[in-house]
Design a protein around this ligand. Structure first.
Ligand code: ASC
Length: 148
């Protein structure tokens, strides 16, 4: 019994180790889905904020802050889900973010630098408009280079 338990706990440790060695995704398509899920959710919340900024939805500071905080959290997720070569037919990638890794990282950093200011900037509709434009510009800079 003791040997069995030792064996079982060793296997759990080993499979956990091999899971992390494969970087969190068993298949390339899992990584693509993971990063696209994060982008889809960010896009949804950017859309809610954009509707308030344009007056298509009533401005609500609490809702705006909730969306801004979610975008801040979600903005951290996609980047580990770009394993080398994960340009698939579903991936909407253009260019080569692995060859141009420094530029890809710089575009992510600029995006995150604006996103961290988001929650504090949406207390007024003017603040929301200004920071939505700043964040959107960093989305666009990366999309222009790397998104189909
Ligand atoms: C958004 C959104 C994007 C970016 C991009 C900025 O609101 O969903 O993908 O801003 O359109 O140009």
């Amino acid at each position: 019994m003791k040997h069995l338990l030792t064996y079982l706990s060793a296997s759990v440790v080993l499979s956990a180790a091999s899971f992390s060695a494969q970087a969190q995704f068993a298949k390339t398509e899992d990584a693509v889905k993971y990063r696209q899920s994060a982008f889809t959710l960010m896009g949804n919340h950017m859309g809610r904020l954009s509707a308030m900024a344009r007056g298509q939805a009533p401005f609500d500071a609490a809702k705006a802050q909730e969306s801004a905080r979610l975008i801040e959290t979600l903005s951290k997720l996609p980047w580990e889900a770009f394993p080398p070569g994960s340009k698939t037919k579903n991936s909407e990638l253009k260019g080569d973010p692995w060859k141009d890794a420094a530029e890809f990282k710089q575009l992510q950093d600029k995006f995150q630098a604006e996103v961290v200011k988001f929650p504090a900037s949406v207390a007024t509709v003017e603040g929301l408009r200004a920071q939505l434009a700043a964040v959107g510009a960093t989305c666009k800079a990366c999309h222009d280079k790397f998104k189909e």
